[in-house]
Design a protein around this ligand. Sequence first.
Ligand SMILES: O=C(O)CCC(=O)C(=O)O
Length: 269
Amino acid sequence: MGKSILSKEEIQQFNADGYLVVRGALNLVEVEEIKSAFMQIHAQGRVDKYFEPVSMEEAQGDILKVYPRVMQAHYYNDTSLHYMIHPKVIGMVGELLGEEAFGTQSMFYFKPPGAKGQALHQDNYYLKVEPGTCIAAWTAIDYCDRDNGGMMVVPKSGELEIICPTVADPKVSFTQAIVHVPKGMKAIDVVMEPGDTLFFNGKVIHGSGPNRSKDRFRRAFICHYVGASTTKIGSFFNKLYGADGAVVEREANEITGPCGDEFAGLYGH
Ligand SMILES: O=C(O)CCC(=O)C(=O)O
């Protein structure tokens, strides 16, 4: 076994709270490389199914339609693949999982000023990883706080089961489903600098509010991972990349569990 990247205390904190912020997980040169790769994707335009921006005119005032999130970018962008399986990041996820990690999703959110947020949710409702759950690595590309729609997490919610979502407020969320914070728990803001990475497990309730700032984008590079012992995963995510870039598959999970399928479609997450 190589030298650990995370300390024992960091792993304990992740296990206790369901999340962990690693300050400066990526350096500023790496952050710039990710940012410019995705600004270039935006400048080049539509990638069928994964990135479908519209013109200002078509967006009719919804700026997020001009800057929608980029999905599964590692399928068609080398920088995204490189950073999804970056040895440091996938290595940290492996230490949090306690086993070899595989990358299953890479996304980029531009979240310009005026953009809607993403209502509180639990990722494994969408990824359908069994047994266990997935882990997200959410890396800040811009400084983020509540004002520009930074991330919110509910500490200790990572111990809960999947809670059935209800309909979210379309004025503040671009996704349709919301999980309400259980009694006795509270959502907190996670203020982050460029290069900080927030790790959280697939049961942690998390999301973000609108970007209410005048002029601050809130860009983020977001990847999801599963452990080697995963036997099933939702079919949209069923292409698992090891640290060496080799791809494996698992059984496709079409079972949506007790909550049904109302919100768990391809683009629900
Ligand atoms: O970046 C955001 O605003 C929300 C991202 C998120 O909730 C997710 O990737 O699951």
